[in-house]
Design a protein around this ligand. Structure first.
Ligand code: ATP
Ligand code: MG
Length: 564
């Protein structure tokens, strides 16, 4: 096994799932900025706590979050809400405006969407950087950037900004990053794309900012037809079908069941596949000349993506949400179904059905119902507030500070406090280490999956080594040259986890550059992981007994593996 596991396995029992995972950047942790910001924060604290006119400042008062972003508040932003059903051209319209702007930023919920946008802008000769928690692809002279929403920049001035899938501000875990982008981005024009269910809440939130808000409504560009007959049997699968399920085990089972009939080959997309593997699988499905003409996917395809899907088939209408097996919600059904028959794809009409007839009534009902109106948006204190609070309570652990915020935070009715259960779990581990507050905070918001043993051990090992030596060599936790094509599902799962640890190293290397010096090695090992996973996917299931016409891709070279 490539990872040298922790001696103390206790840490792995602390599960940190995916909450504030995709790198929240409410505070840029680069040393110069930290010192500068801390100095100004100290001035604020002194001014509140010194002298006879001392006034007690309540740092847990989060009722006026729009005041956290003074740069954005200097402008009256022209906010355009592009709302309508899926596949109605909302994002397209906002991107057209972004393309013609003198400078701009696109913020999306998925790396895949940010990639798509950077590609589109660069193709249109508008130089555009791609910035996600783990990637920085900078283009010379670029004045535009496509980012994942957690990387939204609230300290620069843009001509135009786009926040895609804005209804996600109601998401319990990631919502606060959308709120931060909504309140904090400083731009002349701010385009928000999403579900009409978010309109009243956004209008209410922006009442206090003084922005000029307009709503532009859209209709679906091509029809989406709910079918009255279920798929019934896999022998009815056709080219362009996408079958949706929510467990990894089911995805592999369905791929095998479809391919064993000898008519179709399946690409697969699910959340824990490395993002680059997901992109290649989706691209291969989209490519009309590829033999991979069917897609088996989880709801990882559910947001904003443009795929060549003719028919969505729900293999189930239930999903395990970490607590219980529940029915899919109306927005989930609409989002997923909305991937069929995208305008401009080779399928002008989209269809949607279920595998079993008993699921059809819920599908039909969900497609007819409007999404429930959003009532509040996520909020989380930025690092400045946490730091200020810590200065007044110097003995508090990060866990203690966060817990205090959680219990005492005062919010207006438009907001809810982000679910930070998972961050608290990391804080209990990190608080054991002799680290400064901002370092602890950084590890707490890193993209670690503490539900995953290997991933959580990776984080603990990185933080422990960092606290002891100030430098973390990748080789201390990872032995290059030991990666292999997985032969079993368990080995595949392990390789996916190793990919997550390498991804975490790369994430940390962008924030603690000198202390995590092996970014290139980690990135190259990550690439090898995804190639090996793809190798596994290709070997899996039934293969047509003839020469395959597959798009050339780098062959796995064992010499490369052992050299790295
Ligand atoms: N005016 C247009 N001209 C050409 N293509 C368009 C136009 N409007 C939309 N499209 C294309 O139609 C497809 C769907 O558009 P878009 O992605 O903007 O929809 P959307 O409303 O954002 O959907 P979703 O809610 O699923 O994100 C895209 O491939 C887009 O490029
Ligand atoms: Mg869109």
């Amino acid at each position: 096994m490539a990872l040298l596991l922790l001696r103390n396995r206790k840490a792995s029992a602390l599960g940190i799932p995916r909450i504030l995972r995709d790198n929240v950047e409410p505070f840029s942790l680069n040393s110069e900025k930290i010192i500068g910001a801390f100095a100004s924060v100290d001035v604020i604290i002194r001014s509140y706590c010194s002298g006879s006119g001392m006034k007690k400042f309540d740092f847990t008062d989060l009722t006026r979050p729009h005041t956290w972003y003074p740069l954005a508040r200097k402008k009256v932003r022209k906010v355009i809400l592009h709302v309508g059903p899926t596949n109605s051209g909302k994002t397209h319209q906002a991107l057209s405006r972004l393309e013609s702007s003198s400078s701009g930023i696109y913020c999306g919920p998925l790396r895949l969407l940010a990639w798509e946008v950077a590609k589109r802008l660069n193709k249109a000769n508008v130089s555009c950087d791609l910035i996600t928690g783990q990637e920085r692809e900078e283009v010379d002279g670029a004045k535009h950037r496509a980012v994942t929403v957690e990387m939204a920049d609230v300290v620069s001035d843009y001509d135009c900004a786009v926040i895609d899938e804005i209804q996600m501000l109601g998401c319990k875990t990631r919502g606060f990053s959308f709120t931060r982008a909504l309140l904090g981005i400083c731009a002349n024009e701010l385009h928000l794309c999403g579900d009409p269910a978010a309109v009243p809440l956004i209008q209410q939130i922006l009442q206090v900012t003084g922005d000029d808000v307009k709503v532009q409504s859209y209709e679906r560009l091509s029809p989406l037809v709910p079918l009255n007959v279920p798929l019934g049997s896999f022998s009815n699968i056709q080219t362009g079908d996408c079958i949706v399920t929510f467990s990894r085990h089911e995805i592999y089972r369905l791929k095998k069941a479809i391919e064993s009939r000898g008519k179709h080959l399946c690409s697969i997309v699910y959340g824990s596949l490395p993002p680059e593997t997901r992109t290649r699988q989706a691209t291969r499905f989209n490519d009309a000349s590829s033999e991979f003409d069917v897609l088996v996917a989880s709801d990882a395809i559910g947001m904003g993506l443009n795929l060549n899907i003719s028919r969505i088939i729900f293999s189930t209408m239930k999903k395990f949400d970490g607590v219980e097996l529940r029915d899919l919600t109306v927005p989930e059904v609409k989002q997923i179904a909305g991937r069929a028959g995208r305008y401009g794809s080779k399928f002008p009409v989209g269809e949607v059905t279920c595998l079993d007839s008993e699921d059809l009534p819920l599908l039909h009902k969900s497609l007819l119902e409007p999404s429930p109106m959003l009532e509040s948006a996520g909020l989380f204190p930025n690092f400045d507030l946490i730091y200020m609070y810590s200065r007044l309570h110097p003995d508090s652990s990060l866990y203690g500070i966060l817990e205090h915020f959680l219990e005492n935070a005062k919010l207006s009715e438009n907001y809810f406090f982000a679910n930070c259960e998972e961050v608290l779990k990391v804080a209990t581990v990190i608080d054991q280490l002799p680290l400064r507050l901002h370092e602890k905070y950084l590890f707490c918001i890193s993209p670690v999956d503490m539900n995953d043993d290997i991933s959580s051990q990776g984080l603990t090992q990185f933080a422990t080594n960092y606290s002891k030596k100030g430098i973390v060599q990748l080789r201390e936790i990872f032995t290059p040259g030991t990666l292999q094509v997985p032969k079993t599902q368990a080995a595949l799962r392990e390789l996916e986890s190793i990919h997550k640890v390498l991804d975490l190293y790369v994430w940390l290397s962008f924030r603690l550059e000198e202390s995590f010096p092996d970014r290139e090695l980690a990135a190259s090992q990550k690439a090898i992981c995804s190639m090996l996973i793809e190798e596994f996917l290709e070997r899996l299931g039934w293969q047509k007994p003839r020469v395959k016409k597959v798009t050339p891709r780098p062959k796995l070279n064992s010499a490369v593996v052992s050299r790295c």
